[in-house]
Design a protein around this ligand. Structure first.
Ligand code: GLC
Length: 484
């Protein structure tokens, strides 16, 4: 670690202005809320942008940006806003033949009319898949927390999830349980070579299938139907197969890499394959050995024939803990890895979106020279404060569930989390709650960063809630248990 940087780390210390910062963040948050039909529905993406002015879409309600917003509102018991958000999204679920079942990336009310973007209005015409996968997750978490079972079993909700499931549970050319998507289909919505089966999408699919099962079970309890039972067992099976697939092909540790390096290649026929994707040992990147050290582990970014993507993506890995896709020992291996690679992943502004960034040559060929995704910037290794709370919630949920497991490690991980929290608390108000940070250690406010970005503000408030007010609320995101 460079000396200057280790001094920076040591400078992170408690701040006596904590209460004042939290109060200000709460005020900013209230200002992000907008209405549809005169009733609050959710938050705009950001309050101010220094350069883009009114023409940009930051004034729209993005589904993915509203995930932390809705969770925060649930914690505060502001259930009607969450229900209204879910209803408006449901109303906007696409009905046209080619996209039936898809939820919009974002929406806005203009002159009393709801306008939605399914990708046709966005730069580069991107289709976001994550928004659709998040909806059932949010719906289930709302039903569980508010106990509004009648909403969960309503015809509108049950129909919505069936339409969405139709997009997933069907035969395909691939015959695997993963969902294939184009580049830019999730939070990373500019070219980053994340097409195929990127981790974040597959983990979200797992969470989505789990949530759909809980919602269908609720309806089944009220009104038994054979058709629903069939759907349920297909969805359960799919979810099970998807999890096994991801654990088999995406999970790496230093042990699994040793196996990968010595596997046979060019295997043909239907005998037991040891190398289904015909991965040549040469594609294993040299940085992997140091990164994994002895006992670290993580889910790699993507698996494609001959071309696994070994980059580490923070959100997909954090969600894999929260949704219970990774086993408890695997989660601890992941926390160990984050701790070991703290100078890359946290640095001066926790937390980096992916590591390592594509270098200049790769940036040119794999992003099409996308100016925002320059090495170390924005989606290409930039630092996004909004990501920290997901990892924080995963750590706290783990500690809650396994209080006696590896207390030494978990103590260190918890202190790291505290220090990251202080680091945000000290910097974010000064940096006007910026969207992202750039540079090798995330010290600089992103070149095109918006300010007063909603998920930066609300991510901080969620972490404050979990660390200071009620750590037990980390179970809000626990998808493992259905309705008792
Ligand atoms: C950018 C981000 C995207 C986010 C949107 C609104 O496009 O890449 O993830 O949803 O801004 O904040």
């Amino acid at each position: 670690m460079p000396q200057q940087f280790s001094q920076e780390l040591r400078r992170v210390r408690p701040n006596s202005r904590e209460d004042a910062v939290v109060a200000l963040a709460r005020e900013h948050f209230e200002r992000t809320l907008v209405t549809v039909g005169g009733r609050p529905v959710g938050s705009v993406a950001a309050l101010v942008h220094p350069r883009l002015g009114e023409s940009a879409n930051y004034g729209e309600v993005f589904l993915r940006d509203n995930v932390p917003v809705m969770l925060y509102l649930l914690l505060q018991g502001r259930f009607p806003i969450v229900r209204h958000f879910l209803e408006v999204c449901l109303e906007l679920q696409s009905n046209t033949y080619q996209t039936r079942g898809v939820f919009p990336t974002s929406f806005v009310e203009e002159g009393g009319i709801l306008v939605a973007d399914y990708g046709q209005r966005s730069i580069g015409r991107i289709t976001s898949v994550d928004a659709s996968l998040w909806w059932p997750v949010l719906c289930w978490l709302y039903v569980k927390r508010s106990r509004d079972h009648s909403f969960g079993t309503s015809q509108a909700v049950q129909r919505g999830i069936q339409l969405l499931l139709d997009l997933v549970l069907h035969p395909s050319f691939e015959g695997t349980p993963v969902l294939f998507v184009p580049d830019c289909a999730f939070m990373i919505d500019r070219p980053m070579d994340v097409w195929g089966a990127p981790l974040e999408i597959e983990v979200l699919l797992f969470g989505c299938l789990r949530s759909c099962c809980h919602l269908m079970e609720l309806a089944q309890r009220e009104n038994e139907s054979r058709l629903l039972e069939q759907r349920l067992s297909l969805t359960r099976q799919w979810q099970h197969d998807l999890r096994s697939y991801l654990l088999k092909h995406y999970w790496v540790t230093s042990k699994t890499v040793q196996v990968l390096r010595r596997r046979p290649t060019e295997q043909y026929g239907d005998h037991q394959h040891q190398n289904e994707f015909n991965v040549q040992p040469q594609v294993i990147p040299p940085w992997l050995q140091d990164w994994l050290e002895n006992r670290g582990g993580y889910l790699i970014g993507n698996m494609r024939t001959g071309r696994p993507d070994f980059r580490f993506f923070s959100l997909g890995n954090s969600l894999a803990c929260l949704f219970g896709l990774l086993t408890a020992p695997q989660q601890r291996a992941l926390f160990r890895l984050v701790l070991q690679n703290r100078e890359h992943l946290m640095a001066q502004m926790p937390m980096r979106i992916c590591h390592p960034p594509l270098d200049q040559e790769e940036w040119r060929s794999r992003t099409g020279s996308d100016p925002k995704n320059w090495p170390g910037s924005y989606h290409n290794g930039g630092h996004w404060p909004s990501l920290l709370w997901f990892l924080g919630a995963a750590i706290l949920l783990h500690q809650q569930r396994h209080p006696n497991a590896d207390v030494l490690l978990m103590g260190q991980v918890h202190s790291m989390l505290e220090e990251c929290y202080w680091s945000q608390l000290n910097q974010l108000p000064r940096q006007q709650w910026a969207e992202y940070f750039d540079g090798p250690t995330g010290a600089w406010v992103g070149q095109q960063s918006r300010t007063y970005q909603t998920w930066t503000v609300v991510g901080f408030l969620l972490l404050h809630h979990l660390l200071r007010l009620n750590p037990g609320d980390a179970s809000l995101l626990d998808l493992e248990r259905g309705v008792a």
